[in-house]
Design a protein around this ligand. Structure first.
Ligand SMILES: [Zn+2]
Length: 635
């Protein structure tokens, strides 16, 4: 069990790091807007670079570098989409280019995300938006199985926190770029942007063959696009709001500010309200597109060889690995530290001229820090008081066939692991185990059908009031209930990657995602059959529990006999409704209504007469509703 918890926890931490800044269509829209904003002289140069780059790839790469309005089913990938694929669907420019040019699944990604973009435009309610996001995430996970797990646990899509209020953009940037420091969005942007400029500047040298020229143009465009992904990321509220703390705090803060927005200034002093991740408004394109445009201007200028690039020597004495004709291979999913010298400091003013249009990040931990939030990620303890009521097909005695009802009150202690929102709000990675006690009232029906006994009420109930030990377990599954436990033993030791993907799919509703949550204006619904099971043990404590059963003595007198009884009642919830849920920094509370099927199986009974009477007790079947208050404290 410990092993499973550790592995599932790993999944949560990995998945949390994959928190994206913008969804695919948003990343793409920013890049497209930036290209459209370029002045015509530079645009002509960029277009000719594109026309060289696409030679030999004419079916995959459209003739125009950006296609402002995509068709519903695009069968090509324009350059505008490259920054959306970089970072989120690939780990390096080299991987990104391979994916763009040579895989079929990336076309599926383009179609899924285009469909999602249209859904989002049409969505009027928050519930619709959440469901569209859920559908997209599930489809993307199928098209690109590494989608949720690709990103490592680093902060590469985020900005470093600002250390003091007096930090200038240049000092902040130098701090972000220092070799050996923590990897961050600006560091990798400058890393690829510099290499893109270095590559493209080679086209100025005479004597290149046409093949070399095309290859360099393609590689340089890939580096620039991959870098731009991270330049766009720094405009997402959740990526600016401060990234320290544990996984739960980082993910919670990220999600909160992406949804609710964050007011700040750019380094140049322009006030901005930032949003993120499927919450981009049309006016939010403006600021990042402006910075991306300046980056593209520098890229084109390096190609043309105008100042300051005319006098700048891009050489590999200072920066390792330049002058390659291939796209860069620095892997952002695996490197947690800045691995080498990022770029020549000679072009610092150029970098600053891009960065000054980016938002100032929030302060580091300490006085003046921004309020931060957690998500339901990590271990928790909780209590879950509940009431339930069920209708049953009769008593244990086969002669007791009249339907009866039983209501109970109970209280469970809970120990668990929250992985809620592993990839979206539709996900449910909740794993817990509960122990507690419950008390049932007497059944509504009498043990005997004799109408003369009807007035004795509870005293002669078919099933008297009794109490039970209760236990409950919940865990998502991939195909069949419990398979994550088998997987932890049989698959995880050989491929943690495969197991992680399996767990993410399970958390999001399974292979056929019939268990993923459905958001509505009046709460969240979810099919949970097989995901949760409750077991109640009756008569296992000190003192036997007894029931009355009809007994006929030797003279044919109708009497009753008391039987000792132990039974095990299994409860399988089918559908769950969560009308509300609130979450503070470290605790959550919600109400859960579950509709369940149950079986009450007699496992032991004993007659006290001599000789003992023999009875053949039967399993009872029931349907019920359980309402639980669910309080958790996360530690
Ligand atoms: Zn990103």
């Amino acid at each position: 069990m410990y092993r499973i918890i550790v592995i599932v926890l790993t999944v949560g931490v990995l998945a949390c790091a994959s928190a994206s800044a913008w969804v695919y269509p948003e990343h793409r829209d920013i890049a497209v807007a930036a290209v459209l904003k370029l002045d015509s002289a530079r645009r002509v140069h960029l277009d000719s670079l594109w026309s060289w780059a696409r030679i030999g790839h004419e079916t995959r790469l459209p003739s125009s570098i950006v296609i402002p309005e995509l068709p519903e089913q695009p069968n090509y990938i324009d350059w505008g989409a490259w920054p959306a694929i970089g970072g989120d669907h690939s780990c390096s420019p080299s991987q990104m280019l391979e994916t763009v040019l040579n895989t079929e699944w990336i076309l599926d990604v383009a179609r899924i995300t285009e469909h999602f973009k249209r859904e989002l435009l049409a969505a009027k309610h928050q519930a619709k938006r959440l469901n569209a996001l859920r559908d997209q995430d599930l489809q993307l996970q199928r098209a690109d199985p590494e989608y949720a797990t690709r990103a490592g646990s680093n902060n590469v899509h985020f900005l470093l926190a600002r250390t003091s209020v007096s930090t200038s953009p240049r000092v902040y940037l130098e701090g972000s770029l220092s070799q050996g420091g923590e990897i961050n969005a600006l560091a990798v942007y400058i890393w690829y942007h510099y290499r893109a400029m270095a590559k493209i500047s080679q086209l100025r040298s005479p004597g290149l063959t046409e093949v070399q020229r095309n290859q360099i143009a393609l590689a340089a465009l890939a580096d620039e696009a991959f870098g731009i992904h991270f330049l766009e990321d720094v405009y997402a509220a959740g990526h600016v709001a401060g990234t320290w703390g544990n996984a739960s705090l980082r993910k919670g803060t990220h999600d909160y500010y992406n949804e609710h927005g964050y007011e700040t200034h750019t380094w140049a002093g322009k006030p901005v309200v930032l949003m993120g991740d499927a919450y981009m408004r049309p006016e939010d394109i403006e600021a990042p597109a402006h910075a991306v445009r300046i980056s593209l201007e520098q890229f084109v200028d390096a190609f043309r060889g105008v100042d300051p690039y005319a006098g700048h020597e891009f050489n590999d004495r200072e920066i390792e690995g330049l002058f390659m004709t291939e796209p860069d291979t620095l892997n952002v999913c695996q490197n947690n530290d800045i691995p080498g010298k990022i770029a020549s400091s000679e072009l610092m003013p150029q970098y600053v001229s891009v960065i000054q249009h980016t938002p100032m990040p929030a302060l580091k931990a300490g006085y003046g820090e921004l309020p931060r939030f957690r998500t339901e990620l990590g271990g928790f303890i909780g209590i879950a008081p509940f009431v339930r009521g069920a209708g049953w097909d009769g008593g244990f005695d086969p002669v007791q066939t009249s339907a009866l009802g039983i209501a109970s009150l109970g209280m469970n202690l809970r120990l668990g692991l929250g992985l809620d929102g592993v990839t979206s709000e539709a996900g449910d990675g909740l794993v817990f185990i509960e122990f507690g006690i419950a008390h049932d009232n007497a059944s509504t029906a009498n043990f005997s059908t004799d109408s003369a006994l009807a007035d004795y009420g509870d005293v002669l109930a078919a099933i008297p009031s009794r109490s039970s030990f209760t236990t409950r377990i919940r865990m998502p599954f991939y195909v069949i209930p419990g398979d994550l436990i088998l997987g932890a033993l049989l698959i995880a030791p050989f491929s943690l990657q495969t197991y992680t993907q399996m767990a993410v799919v399970a958390g999001n509703g399974g292979v056929i995602p019939w268990q993923s949550g459905i958001a509505t204006d009046f709460g969240r619904f979810q099919f949970i059959l097989g995901r949760e099971v409750g077991v109640n043990f009756y008569g296992f404590g000190s003192g036997s529990q007894k029931i009355l059963v009809p007994y006929q003595d030797d003279e044919s007198n109708q009497l009753a006999e008391l039987l000792d009884l132990r039974s095990i009642q299994v409860e399988a919830p089918i559908v769950e409704w969560r009308p509300f849920r609130t979450f503070s920094v470290d605790q959550s509370s919600s109400m859960v209504v579950q509709f369940y099927g149950a079986a009450d199986i007699p496992v032991y009974w004993k007659s006290h007469l001599t000789p003992p009477t023999t009875y053949d007790l039967k399993t009872r079947w029931g349907l019920g509703v359980r309402v639980a208050f669910d309080w958790r404290y996360y530690y």
